[in-house]
Each structure stands twice: as C-alpha cells, then as structure tokens.
Ligand binder design. Structure first.
Ligand code: R5P
Length: 289
C-alpha cells in the first residue's frame, strides 16, 4: 500500500502513512499563472494499491478539481486500486433541494468523484451520512467523535454536559457523551433559507456549575456556537467549550465565539486551523489497516 498525500493534506497524509508504515509518494504541484493546478506524481504507481488523502478546504472548488485530477491520473497511470480519503468533504450541507431550482451540490460532487475512477471513498463526519448512498462504489463515513471524545476525556472536565446545536447533530453529541459517560441533549436551530440568519433555542437544561460542551460537525462563522453558548451561560454553565470535526473558522469566527462567552474551542486536523489540535490520523489509519 502506498499513500499519496494531496496538496491540501500533506501533514495528515504523512501522519497516516507513518501509522500504517506505508511509503508516501510525493506529488509535484504548482499553480499556473492563471490559477489552474498542475499535478504530477513523482514515481510510477502501476499495479499499486493507492490511498489518496486530500481534503477540500480551504479553496473548496480548487481542492475538488485537484481531487478529481489526481484520482483520474492514478487510475490512468495503472494503479490497481485507488482509495480516496477526503477528511473534510465540502459542499455537503447542500444535500437537498431546500428551495425550488437549487443545485443539490453534494450529489453532483459525489458523482464526479466516482466518475474520476475512485474505487472506494472515505470521509470524516460528512454533514449527513445518508448522502453517501449516492455512491455505487464502497463509501464510508468515519466518526471524528471517536478522537474528539477521547481528547475531551483527557481534559478532566467538571461534570460535562454535551449538547448539539440541532437535532440533526444529536448523534454527534450522543457518541461523545457515551465516551465520557456524560448527559447529552440538543438545541433547536433554525436558519432563514434566504438571509442565512440563525436562531438557536432550547428548553433550559441544568448546566449550573458544569462544563457544557457544544459539539458539531463544523464551525464556519461561529454563529451557531455563539448563539448556543449565550444560552448556556444564561443557564449557569461554569464553562462553555465547543468542539467540532471541521474547524473552517471563516473570518471573525473565533472573536464571535469568544464574545459569546465560549472559553475554549477544539477542532481536528481534517482541515488545518489554529485549533486543529486533535488528529484524525489514528482514525483513518485504523480503517486502512
Ligand atoms: C449546519 O447545519 C452545520 O452542522 C453547522 O452547524 C453550521 O454549518 C455551522 O455554521 P456557522 O458556524 O456559520 O454557524
């Protein structure tokens, strides 16, 4: 087995390769003056069992094109099997036609990944696991909650209470809570489909004097976490922590969460960010072994 760390996941790819004692194959890549990507494998992959690890953030569109180019090149150059690992799969939130006329983005992208020749597809905490049903090839969602739960378990939290911002993410809260032997619950989040404005509500839970942890698949603007954190502070939480698998953290997210009273934010290295302190490498390595 050989591992090809894509340009967006060089560190993570090498970490995974190290854990499964596999050779890594470098990619030469550069941008043409007009911004197009150039990619070249540094050695033959003929007959090889290849694992490509390439995340799709930041610069989702560019990273997705690179993913398709590399996968197609690997097959075209004679790789026996290509397993594609996309730690963060972009465009996954648009998994339904919420309003008439909308593009169902994730379905289109999964079709393209399959058409590029991938034999198997792996991702971590895709927004909705059921979307992987669009694939005809083997596709699997890995749970980032395993490594997040383990990390939280080592933090010595005081009487933790785990909450997801909405019902859709309740399984994330449940999995983390079960690892910690903690209580869990969820808020109710609504998003205005036109303005994008978020409202987070919920019946008060008894978090007085506790460490409340909000868990979600991703943090983008931090608005969801900030709204939930304000309620938790109102309800008397001693500390409010936020943990996510994919810390996209668009401009201003960290300040927004801090101003709402969030004491600490944690994320994994499915995308790199200043808070990507929890590695999903052991999770991916375990699956590949
Ligand atoms: C949406 O349903 C996701 O699970 C996240 O809750 C959401 O995308 C976070 O976005 P933001 O950080 O901008 O509130």
């Amino acid at each position: 087995m050989i591992v090809v760390p894509g340009p967006s996941s060089v560190d993570l790819g090498k970490r995974v390769a190290g854990l499964i004692s596999a050779e890594t194959v470098d990619l030469d890549y550069k941008n043409f003056p007009d911004g197009e990507s150039y990619l070249r494998l540094s050695r033959s992959v003929e007959g090889e069992d290849v694992v490509l690890i390439h995340t799709t953030y930041p610069q989702q569109d560019k990273r997705l094109i690179e993913l398709l180019l590399i996968t197609d090149a690997l097959k075209d150059l004679g790789a026996e099997r290509v397993r594609v690992v996309v730690p963060y799969m972009a465009y996954a939130r648009q998994d339904t036609r919420f309003r008439d006329g909308e593009a169902v983005s994730i379905r289109t992208l999964l079709r393209l990944v399959e058409a590029s020749g991938a034999d198997e597809f792996y991702t971590v905490d895709i927004h909705k696991e059921a979307t992987l049903g669009a694939f005809k090839i083997k596709a699997k969602n890995l749970y980032g909650t395993e490594v997040i739960g383990e990390h939280l378990g080592m933090m010595g939290l005081k009487d933790p209470y785990i909450l997801s911002p909405d019902k859709g993410a309740i399984m994330i809260a449940k999995r983390v809570a079960e690892r910690l032997g903690a209580e869990y619950g969820n808020f109710e989040k609504t998003r205005d489909r036109i303005t994008g404005a978020i409202t987070v509500r919920g019946e008060a839970v008894d978090v007085r004097g506790k460490d409340a942890v909000i868990v979600d698949d991703l943090i983008s603007t931090g608005g969801t976490i900030a709204n939930a954190a304000r309620l938790l502070k109102e309800w008397g939480a001693k500390r409010v922590l936020a943990a996510c698998t994919h810390p996209l953290l668009v401009a201003g997210a960290s300040e927004r969460m801090r101003e709402a009273g969030v004491d600490e934010v944690l994320g994994t290295d499915t995308v790199s960010s200043p808070i990507s302190r929890i590695s999903v490498a052991p999770l991916i390595a375990k699956e590949l072994r």
